[in-house]
Design a protein around this ligand. Structure first.
Ligand code: COA
Length: 178
């Protein structure tokens, strides 16, 4: 299965990346230590690192398991974040990141809603899930607003190197096929 390359929401294009997205991604979030604080990767120190990452995201679309989208604000044309879907059989794992000036305006929930709906409409997908660091509740709010339910907290589940060198506890949310 292969999700659509484009979703259109009220304020966003949620689309497959192109190589030239790397410059805005670096400018807007990949180098930002606050944005990346609870993520599994360290802030990028040069745009070339972001370019390699964006190029890999594009290549991965052909692999059938990992689909990364960029979020482009319709009004400004600015590329402001990313969302990614990792397929594992009947399960789809979500990841997401948004540049700081656009936080707390409902944009990530808006971007992810059509992705989650599409996934759960697909006959092969029965579970859409995501995790977040225990100290990153804003991410849990996004999951809640997407209709995902709190399932529990996994101890020592994920390495978040900007927080600690030790594995961190992670909160799990999921929405399953009705
Ligand atoms: C998490 C993130 C994607 C949220 O994006 P966003 O567009 O701001 O999300 P939304 O506006 O849709 O929702 C955010 C919600 O969190 C709430 N929130 C913000 N800070 C919070 C905090 N410290 N504690 C609890 N809730 C918080 C907001 O009030 C909002 O809830 P509401 O709509 O009920 O008021 C964004 O902050 C981000 O990219 N953070 C850094 C990367 C990251 O953590 N990614 C997720 C990794 S699991």
């Amino acid at each position: 299965m292969r999700p659509p390359e484009l979703f259109t929401t009220k304020r966003l294009l949620v689309r497959k990346p192109v190589p030239s997205d790397a410059a805005a991604a670096y400018r807007n979030w990949t180098q930002d230590a606050e944005v990346t604080h609870y993520l599994v990767w360290r802030p990028h120190t040069h745009v070339d690192i972001t370019q390699v990452f964006v190029d890999a995201c594009i290549t991965n679309w052909t692999g059938g398991r990992n689909f990364v989208y960029v979020l482009q604000e319709t009004s400004s044309g600015e590329v402001i974040g990313m969302a990614d879907v990792r397929l594992d059989g009947f399960k789809a794992l979500l990841g997401y990141v948004l540049a700081r000036p656009w936080w707390n305006q409902g944009l990530m929930s808006e971007a992810l809603q059509p992705i989650v709906d599409w996934l759960l409409d697909h006959p092969n997908i029965h579970r859409v899930w995501a995790t977040h660091d225990v100290d990153n509740p804003a991410s849990g709010r996004v999951m809640h607003k997407l209709g995902m339910a709190y399932e529990g907290t996994l101890k020592a589940w994920s390495l978040h190197p900007n927080v600690s060198h030790l594995p961190r506890d992670s909160v799990v949310y999921a929405r399953v096929k009705p």
